[in-house]
Write a new protein. Structure first.
Length: 753
């Protein structure tokens, strides 16, 4: 397939005359200007000037700073200067009061401007050592914190300005790639070989009085003659020139191209005549299928697939010329699609395209203004209705379209969290909603919502931008703005950090915590109104646009009962989704949700050996006092037996205890037990969980213990001695002690079932 210019020139001599190469300093009118100046207005006015602003390696640049105190009190700012890597100060001659942060490469200046109208000046001499050829435009950044004695000096905040400079090398023209001989009326492209730092502007003097200020122009000479073409190539540093001689002759030269050299059957092919020569010219086209034409720019339709050699013959009073081109004609692909007849709004649906081996691409028009690509796609409709899905399958010969109707039913969601729907880029996440229910009214859209980006102050953090766009979206739906609350900010920021650190995307935290529990953890003492999360969006307005277009998120963002909000943002290029956003919503007039002692592991009817260590886990959202602790009990149907106590969380709101029923309680009977966790302060129970069954059995690989038998000695009666002349003692009969069986050695742990 070819749509460019083709040059077929036969029987013509080529003469190239190169005349000179020179350089001169210039200021091209169609190039950007760099003045190296920036100014910050306010109580402390800052002016920064870099001179000269356009430099090349080996040059020297002078950077000047001037501070003017326009307030009625002394100014003690912290000035931080960040230089591009191409510029280096003379370290031995840094001005007094300026130091360098070796880790960041920034330079710090701590001036004192005591009175109104006083000024402080600083001058740095910079060496230009290198140049980034691909990115010559560089920024000298300056950050101002009004009070260097503040704890927040050098952190987020302050004001920033930057001066733009250009560091590069001059352009060079190695040649002007153009033909030296061309017939009258034939297009010729002027394409030079130019190197150097951009932007590079071309100015062409065609030798016939015409001047063009476009790059790589295509020109036509209407009269014969010899023309000296001059090119000026300029960048912000310099202009260089080169000349080229073009001879325009009257001889006929045939040349043509086609809008598409590879087409389908019954698809018209438009031929574009690029021939030249002294008029009048006559044309004869032969299309290779037995048909011909005498038009200058004909159009032709091929009725059968195949390869066709197209022949053009042109004639004028100076002779004739021929040109050839090959057109390949084929069949568009055979294709179809499969989609479900209906799907609920907010639920992902799958589509599958089928086609023959010639298909090169599939494009899906989903009927709601959005498009998908590929043979297998997933798509989520946000509004109910009927949509016509149109599939376009393309190969090198053309396209085939197939379509189906799909009916989108109203979605039904009743969860306290927004549902993260399954798309081509993500997966579905839906958390349990029974413990902390939140019933919000759905909000309907009549058309897809678009959030336009707004020019915001440069010193706003990304989280502050998210707050702005949330309130802007609410404003567009005639809802009052939300108040930013510190406790909600902390909860939101904790969750985005948690998602990035542990590489997941969900509403349930790495410690198993629910959003409403996080609000309790960080001290929000009012009603819960929902949580919204997003990831993979670089800009805040994109995240808000996604939320408003997603039905479950929209009912939270546009919640009429919400009064408060907290926002969190994290960018981490080592995390899977890079950008993470969270917004926590609250109702200042609603009652605070009470904490719930929630068991998480092991699940109900979990089975283990009596001798195995079982991992007991539970969640509690509030911090414990010094004299509070959790006690884990096991019930055998008659009494509660203490397995162990815990007073420190394992992670966040997650607590755990590992214990063996046999090692701790010496239980030996198989059966179903129940376990429970109680929050105790001394002997007072402050909270307790539900009872949860657990099945404990004896490991058949371990022998049952044999009871130890302790014998009782037989009492020996006391005998009264019979006096004789030679008394003989009478000894009691010894009672034998039985041999004890060996004690079994029990393993400390056995494999879980």
């Amino acid at each position: 397939m070819s749509k460019g210019w083709r040059f077929l020139i036969a029987g013509l001599g080529i003469a190239l005359v190169v005349i000179g190469l020179w350089q001169r300093k210039t200021a091209a009118t169609n190039l950007p200007l760099y003045n190296g100046y920036a100014q910050l207005d306010g109580p402390l006015q800052v002016e920064m000037t870099a001179f000269p602003a356009v430099v090349t390696p080996g040059d020297t640049m002078t950077l000047s700073l001037r501070l003017t105190n326009r307030s009625n009190m002394a100014a003690t700012p912290l000035i931080t200067l960040q230089l591009p890597p191409e510029l280096h100060p003379q370290m031995g001659s840094l001005p007094s009061g300026m130091t360098q942060n070796v880790q960041t490469g920034a330079f710090n200046w701590l001036p004192v401007v005591p009175n109104t109208g006083d000024q402080r000046d600083l001058t740095l001499t910079l060496r230009v050592e290198t140049a980034d050829l691909a990115n010559p435009e560089q920024q000298i950044a300056l950050h101002v914190w009004p009070d260097a004695t503040s704890d927040k000096a050098g952190q987020d905040g302050g004001d920033a300005i930057s001066a733009t400079v250009w560091v590069g090398i001059p352009p060079q023209i190695s040649q002007v790639a153009a033909v030296s001989q061309v017939p009258v009326g034939q297009p010729v492209q002027l394409r030079p070989d130019v190197t150097g730092s951009g932007p590079i502007a071309q100015t062409w003097y065609l030798g016939d009085g015409r001047r063009l200020t476009v790059n790589d122009p295509v020109v036509v000479y209407p009269a014969t003659g010899i023309y000296q073409v001059t090119l000026d190539a300029a960048n912000p540093l310099q202009t260089v020139s080169r000349t080229h001689i073009i001879t325009v002759v009257p001889h006929a030269v045939a040349q043509f191209t086609a809008e598409d050299w590879t087409v389908g059957v019954d698809q018209p092919v438009n031929f574009i005549n690029q021939s030249g020569g002294q008029p009048p010219l006559s044309y004869r086209w032969e299309f290779g299928d037995g048909l011909d034409s005498t038009e200058a720019n004909p159009s032709h339709i091929y009725a059968a697939p195949g390869s066709y050699l197209v022949h053009l013959l042109i004639t004028n009073g100076y002779g004739q010329s021929e040109a050839y081109g090959l057109v390949t004609v084929g069949l568009p692909p055979v294709a179809d699609l499969v989609i479900p007849p209906s799907v609920p709004a907010g639920v992902s649906m799958a589509g599958q395209a089928y086609g023959d081996d010639t298909v090169q691409s599939y494009v899906w028009d989903m009927g709601d203004g959005r498009f998908r690509e590929g043979s297998a796609i997933n798509h989520t409709y946000i509004l109910s209705g009927d949509y016509y899905v149109l599939l376009t399958a393309s190969n090198e010969y053309g396209s085939t379209q197939a379509g189906r109707w799909i009916h989108v039913d109203p979605g039904a969601l009743s969860t306290y969290l927004p549902l993260i729907v399954n798309t081509n880029e993500g997966t579905a996440v839906l958390a349990d909603s029974e413990l902390y229910p939140l019933d919000l009214e759905p909000v309907e859209l009549t058309e897809e919502f678009h959030m336009e980006p707004v020019e915001l102050p440069a010193n706003l953090t990304q989280a502050e931008r998210l707050l702005f766009y949330i309130n802007e979206a609410r404003h567009q739906f005639d809802l009052p703005p939300l108040h930013q609350i510190y406790a909600l900010n902390v909860a939101a920021q904790q969750h985005v950090d948690d998602m990035a650190d542990y590489a997941y995307t969900a509403h349930v935290g790495s410690d198993g915590s629910y959003p409403v529990e996080r609000l309790l953890t960080f001290g929000y003492h009012a009603g819960y109104a929902g949580e919204a999360t997003a990831w993979g969006f670089e800009h805040a307005y994109e995240a808000v646009e996604f939320w408003v277009n997603s039905p479950p998120h929209r009912r939270i963002i546009l919640n009429r009962n919400a009064t408060d909000v907290g926002v969190g943002y994290r960018v981490d290029f080592n995390a899977p989704n890079v950008w993470y956003w969270t917004a926590e919503f609250g109702n200042a007039y609603g009652p605070q949700t009470g904490p719930f002692l929630r068991l998480s592991q092991p699940e109900a009817e979990y089975a283990s050996y009596l001798t195995s260590l079982v991992d007991y886990r539970w969640n509690w959202p509030l911090p414990l006092d010094e004299d509070e602790s959790f006690a884990v009990y096991l019930y055998d149907g008659r009494q509660a037996q203490l397995l162990g106590e815990v007073n420190e969380p394992a992670l966040g709101t997650l607590y755990r205890l590992q214990a063996s029923a046999y090692d701790t309680l010496a239980l030996q009977a198989d059966g179903t037990y129940q376990w429970q966790v109680k929050l105790q302060k001394g002997q007072t129970v402050l909270a307790e969980s539900d009872l949860q069954p657990i099945v404990l059995t004896w490991d058949t690989a371990v022998p049952f213990p044999t009871p130890v038998f302790t014998p009782t000695p037989t009492a020996t009666p006391e005998l009264a001695p019979t006096p004789t002349s030679t008394p003989s003692p009478v000894w009691p009969t010894a009672t034998p002690i039985p041999t004890l069986p060996p004690q079994p050695i029990f393993p400390t742990a056995a494999p879980d079932q």
